[in-house]
Design a protein around this ligand. Structure first.
Ligand code: HC0
Length: 579
């Protein structure tokens, strides 16, 4: 340990502790802007966290300076305050200050810091940074370099946590830019559209595409029958925007809120998550029994699918052919549901509420028009018409003046509204695997599981592993979340080191979908953990906890699909990938 003084107060901390962390121990919260502990980002780029150290001529940055024995640190001298203020004014002087119309208005770290430091004027004017154009080349992520403060968090998360490295720091001074190498558009890079950059951006330099106008227009169109599906992870996160603790189960209120927005039917992606288990579990058993390509890789996380197509095209035969639950839902809403309700499929408009930005990309893939091909009618268009992230739905609820926490709990509509506990845990890393094991075990063995909780695949550890005996076969499974962990596994798979394994779950985002790029900001490790707990709590509370016990899934197979992997399933629920 080392002992130092901060503003005269002695404090003892483990060696290597930063001045920032040491100060926190004596109740001093040094302001920061670029620093983000969660992703290990401590480059000291913004210089807001400067402090004075006795004996040193220059200020030091508290976020990345380790405490030393005997140090005398001052965090609040006139010189320190003046320096922070000047730094902030310099940032503000060439920031695009359209705060009232900015997507991050009210949830912007730059805005909050200006308030915290009581900055009332910006004394600098004159030269500003180059006016780089907005990049709206992808369906999911929008870059607005005029709002970038060069903190470089996005570079760190993209390179270190996701190993995609689609962004870099280029140029200097007024020409400095964070963006794709060679000034390319994001769509022309290896970006997988996971949106982790948008989650860590302190301003609105990187945001989700705003598709709310498309949904308002559909809701106002009397010729459209507008249905909505809600992803597993949204059940335990939307409440954060309305002051509820992370992980609070707001399912009933979300259903009520969506009805009040005017949706004609409110359904659950959890229903098709159960369907995915039926199809993907059957596919796995088929691969095991018939000598297919193993290990099988999950296919529901669209950022992960983009990653495989971009970086490991040779391994695509391992990827399950199952579409994601979002896309299975879209295909069924415009076939099964339309048929059962006597609706014209071309009138059915499907909206998703997802924790994910990459779902916007997935929904516009040209092959995701199974219903249109099923009916032979191009007017039906895409299976999923619009994808809203959690953040966009929250904005719509606010705009509509819905008093979310005062709403009663309501139930989903019938036919595609029942989801099991197994589906709920899809939102957490390891959840798809656990759901699959609950069902695959019972289908393969014909026995009832004595204990359905597979704890080995739960939690925030980067790579998890379990072995489950099934009919004399020891089924070996792996789970990874965050693309750096996925890459580590794929390198092993490519090298032939995972031959003994049967099934691997990968989710692109750390923590799984509860940590998706479209989720409420902030999304940090603590919140990820609470949201994961929320998924397992809801799982425990539900009447059905295994996908094959979902009564609406049984009815769907009986009335429409026939059997898992049958003809209609192949038409509507399975897909292929592009190397
Ligand atoms: Fe997920 Fe999904 S679990 S990817 O994380 O499979 O986005 O929540 O909706 O589709 O169900 C996200 C979450 C989904 C899908 C489901 C899967």
């Amino acid at each position: 340990t080392v002992t130092l003084r901060i503003n005269g107060q002695p404090v003892t901390v483990p060696a290597g502790t930063t001045l920032l962390a040491a100060a926190a121990q004596v109740g001093v919260k040094i302001p920061t802007l670029c620093y983000l502990k969660d992703i290990g980002h401590d480059v000291g780029a913004c210089r807001i966290c400067v402090v004075e150290v006795a004996g040193k001529e220059d200020f030091v940055t508290a976020c990345n300076t380790p405490a030393e024995e005997g140090m005398e640190v001052y965090t609040n001298t006139p010189a320190v305050r003046a320096s922070r203020r000047m730094t902030l004014e310099m940032i503000l002087s060439d920031h695009h200050m359209d705060c009232p119309t900015c997507p991050r208005n009210g949830n912007c770290e730059l805005q909050a810091l200006a308030a915290q430091l009581n900055v009332r004027t910006v004394r600098l004017s004159g030269a500003t940074r180059a006016d780089f154009p907005r990049d709206d080349s992808t369906p999911a992520i929008i870059r607005d370099p005029r709002k970038c403060i060069l903190c470089q968090r996005c570079i760190t998360v993209c390179k270190n946590i996701q190993t995609v490295a689609a962004l870099e720091l280029q140029g200097q001074g007024f020409d400095a830019l964070v963006g794709p190498p060679g000034n390319r558009k994001l769509a022309d890079t290896l970006c997988v559209q996971c949106g982790q950059c948008a989650l860590v951006c302190p301003t609105a330099a990187i945001t989700e595409r705003d598709d709310t106008p498309l949904v308002w227009a559909a809701l106002a169109d009397p010729g459209k029958h507008v249905v909505v599906q809600t992803a597993p992870a949204t059940h335990v996160t939307i409440g954060e925007a309305f002051g509820l603790p992370p992980g609070t189960d707001i399912t009933g209120k979300m259903v009520a809120a969506l009805r009040r927005l005017g949706f004609d039917a409110v359904f659950d992606t959890n229903f098709t998550a159960d369907l995915t288990i039926m199809e993907e579990g059957s596919e796995l058993l088929k691969r095991i029994n018939e000598g297919g390509v193993l290990p099988q890789l999950t296919s529901c996380s669209p950022g992960w699918i983009n990653f495989m197509e971009h970086f490991y095209p040779d391994l695509l035969p391992h990827v399950s052919t199952c579409k994601s639950p979002q896309q299975m839902f879209g295909a069924l809403a415009k076939t099964y549901y339309a048929q059962q309700k006597g609706l014209k499929p071309e009138d059915v408009f499907v909206v998703s509420v997802m924790p994910c930005t990459a779902k916007k990309f997935e929904a516009q893939r040209p092959e995701m028009n199974a219903a249109s091909r099923y009916w032979g009618n191009p007017a039906i268009g895409r299976d999923v018409d619009v994808v809203l992230t959690s953040r966009e739905l929250i904005r719509m609820l606010r705009e509509a003046g819905i008093d979310f926490t005062a709403l009663p709990d309501e139930d989903y509509d019938e036919l595609m509204g029942v989801g099991t506990g197994a589906a709920q845990i899809f939102g957490a890393t390891g959840g798809v695997m656990e759901a699959a094991l609950r069902t695959a075990y019972e289908i393969a063995t014909g026995k009832t599981l004595a204990r359905i909780d597979f704890e080995a695949v739960r939690g925030m550890e980067g790579i998890k592993e379990a072995t489950v005996p099934m009919n004399g076969t020891k089924v070996k499974v792996l789970v990874a979340h965050g693309l750096a962990n996925a890459r580590a596994l794929m390198d092993k798979l490519r090298a032939g080191e995972l031959k003994d394994y049967h099934f691997i779950e990968v989710m692109a985002c750390p923590g799984g979908c509860i940590g998706g790029g479209g989720q409420p900001i902030p999304t940090d490790t603590g919140r990820r953990r609470s949201r994961i707990d929320g998924c397992y709590t809801r799982d425990k509370a539900l009447k059905y906890r295994k996908s094959h016990e979902n009564p609406e899934i049984k009815k769907l197979y009986q009335d429409f699909l026939g059997e898992p992997l049958g003809h209609r399933s192949h038409q509507l629920l399975h897909t292929s990938y592009r190397p």
